[in-house]
Every structure is written in structure tokens, then in C-alpha cells.
Design a protein around this ligand. Structure first.
Ligand code: PBG
Length: 322
């Protein structure tokens, strides 16, 4: 025998020497759910161990993430029913919860890279990512609101806006409005290959944002397809996207790798709420070792080609890596 492959697996030191993929806390983007109020910490039923926080407690959370080496947060807000409509009025309110959250986080931890979700679903009486007419989600009118929403996030101090809506043409429109208003340093993380996925279920519980009718298949991608992921992503890059995203992550590792081999901007992957819930549920039953599953899963997503991973395990994984 000339080649004994087990030599390079013989002990932890050798394995560490030849490891190709090393997770770091700075790989993670921590999604945060924010609610109105003071001293509010509510567990999301379908996401055990994950919470909605009021702004005062979010600031504490962000400080802890920063101290663990996490460099980025992705903000989502829960909007009370009386502020929801069909045109995103509250989404562009300069004093809205999102805009106040951006300011508070940047004031408390200036180095933290603040990314914001741009889509209408949390603000929509229909729970859809865009403006609804009849049963249609209208593209261009939605894009117009998303540009103003992005601008208001930039004005509040967001470092990156993250359009998660999958409307056509929104990246160029957002880049243009940012340029016109002098926000030349505000970046765009585009959800480029975002699939219509059942794995978003727990997130919709977290924000009370489930679609009131139909589903999101006329704008999010069909999970049967991979070539259109390249098309969507190349278009977003041509329109000015700085970072592109694949979502969900674990069932879409092939898409992450496909993009890694085809595009030349950083790729982020969103390890979504349903993926979190699956690990938690199996761990609670004692069927999986939670910490080992977290590290193996996140390492696999990075190995597939993601340079950034949005994950509800950001804090846990950062602690495990200390
Ligand atoms: C909304 C949005 C969703 C997620 C992020 N932004 C839900 C959806 O598209 O229905 C899902 C994130 C997750 O499941 O963790 N535009």
C-alpha cells in the first residue's frame, strides 16, 4: 500500500493542520427580531431558545454578539396590526421601529455592521412581500416603495440594505436612489436565489407575517430549478448587489456551490428558521447532539462556498468557537 489516507486523520493536531474549512465568528450574521416596548423578551414557540426583544434588550444582545466576535446583525421588526396596510406606509416611517432600532444599535456598538430586511411582508395586511391588487403582487409599484424603504434605512444609518422580496429590477432601483441621495457607502446584500420554501414557517410565526392568501411562488423561486439561480444572481450583481444570498441553506448547498463557481462577489447563505427548528427539535428529543450538529451544519454551508452565514445559531456557534 503506497497511499494510506488515514495518516492525515490520525489525531486532532494533524486533522487541524489539514482542515480546509475553518468557521469564525465573523462568518456569521445574526438575525434579530425586534418588538415595541420595554424589557420584552418573548420566546418564539416554533423557535425554542430564540426570542423577540424590545429595543432596550436588543442593544444588550448586540453588545454580547460583538464581544463574541460577531460583526453583523440583520434586523427584522414585528409590526402591530394597526400599522399594517397595503402600501408599506409604516415601512418608510422615519420614526418606525426599524429606523429607531438602526440608530440605537449604531449608537451603542458603532462597529457592528447593521443590515436591514427590505420587503413589505411584516408591514402588509396580506402578509405578502409586495403591494397586492386582486390576487396579484404588483412588481413595479412594490419596487418604488422598496426604494423609499431602503433610503429610510440608509438615512437611519444602516450599513447594508437586504432586499428579500424577489421583485424584478429592485436592486438597480435601490442603488439609484442611494446614489441620488449621497449614500454611496451603503451596501446592498441581495437575496438573489431565494426559494419559495416551507422552511420559512417559524419565521412567519416570529413576525406574524404569514401570507393571508395564496403563497409566494409567483415571486420566490421554484425549488425544482437551479439555472435561474445563476440568472437572478448575475442580474443582481449587474444592478449593483455587493453581496448575494442563497436561501435556505442546507437543502440548497448545490446552489451555493453553483454560484461560487459562477460569480465573483461574496455569497451569503441564510440558514433559515425552519432549519433552526429542525435541529432544536431533534436535540430536545435527545436524537441529535445540538452543538455538534450546529458546527457540522455551518461548516458544510461554508464549505459549499458561502463566505457569510445568516443563522439563528450565530451566538451559540460564536461561543462554541471561543
Ligand atoms: C421576508 C423574509 C422571510 C424570511 C426572511 N425575510 C420570509 C418569507 O419570505 O416568507 C425568512 C427567514 C427565515 O425563515 O429564517 N421577506
Amino acid at each position: 500500500m503506497i497511499r494510506r489516507n488515514r495518516i492525515l486523520r490520525a489525531n486532532p493536531a494533524i486533522r487541524a493542520m489539514v482542515a480546509e474549512t475553518i468557521l469564525r465568528p465573523s462568518d456569521f450574521i445574526a438575525p434579530l427580531f425586534i418588538v415595541e416596548g420595554n424589557n420584552v423578551k418573548e420566546e418564539i414557540i416554533s423557535m425554542p431558545g430564540y426570542f423577540r426583544y424590545s429595543l432596550d434588550l436588543i442593544v444588550t444582545e448586540v453588545k454580547e454578539l460583538w464581544s463574541l466576535g460577531v460583526k453583523s446583525v440583520l434586523l427584522f421588526v414585528m409590526v402591530p396590526d394597526n400599522l399594517k396596510d397595503n402600501k408599506g406606509t409604516e415601512a418608510v416611517n422615519p420614526d418606525g421601529l426599524m429606523q429607531r432600532s438602526i440608530k440605537a444599535i449604531k449608537a451603542a456598538v458603532p462597529g457592528m455592521v447593521v443590515m436591514t430586511d427590505v420587503a413589505l411582508d411584516p408591514y402588509s395586511i396580506h402578509g405578502h412581500d409586495g403591494i397586492v391588487e386582486g390576487e396579484q403582487i404588483v412588481n413595479d409599484a412594490t419596487v418604488e416603495v422598496l426604494t423609499r424603504m431602503s433610503l429610510s434605512h440608509a438615512q437611519a444609518g444602516a450599513d447594508f440594505v437586504a432586499p428579500s422580496d424577489m421583485m424584478d429590477g429592485r436592486i438597480l432601483a435601490i442603488r439609484n436612489i442611494l446614489e441620488e441621495n449621497g449614500f454611496v457607502n451603503t451596501g446592498i446584500m441581495a437575496y438573489s436565489a431565494k426559494y419559495a420554501s416551507c422552511f420559512y414557517g417559524p419565521f412567519r410565526d416570529a413576525l406574524d407575517s404569514a401570507p393571508g392568501f395564496g403563497d409566494k411562488k409567483t415571486y420566490q423561486m421554484d425549488y425544482a430549478n437551479s439555472t435561474e439561480a445563476i440568472l437572478e444572481t448575475q442580474q443582481d450583481i449587474e444592478q449593483g448587489a455587493d453581496i448575494v444570498m442563497v436561501k435556505p441553506a442546507l437543502a440548497y448547498l448545490d446552489i451555493i456551490r453553483l454560484l461560487k463557481d459562477n460569480v465573483h462577489v461574496p455569497i451569503s447563505a441564510y440558514h433559515v428558521s425552519g432549519e433552526y427548528a429542525m435541529i432544536k427539535a431533534a436535540a430536545q428529543k435527545g436524537w441529535l447532539d445540538e452543538n455538534k450538529t450546529i458546527l457540522e451544519t455551518l461548516t458544510s454551508i461554508k464549505r459549499a462556498g458561502a463566505s457569510l452565514i445568516a443563522t439563528y445559531f450565530a451566538k451559540d456557534a460564536a461561543k462554541l468557537l471561543q
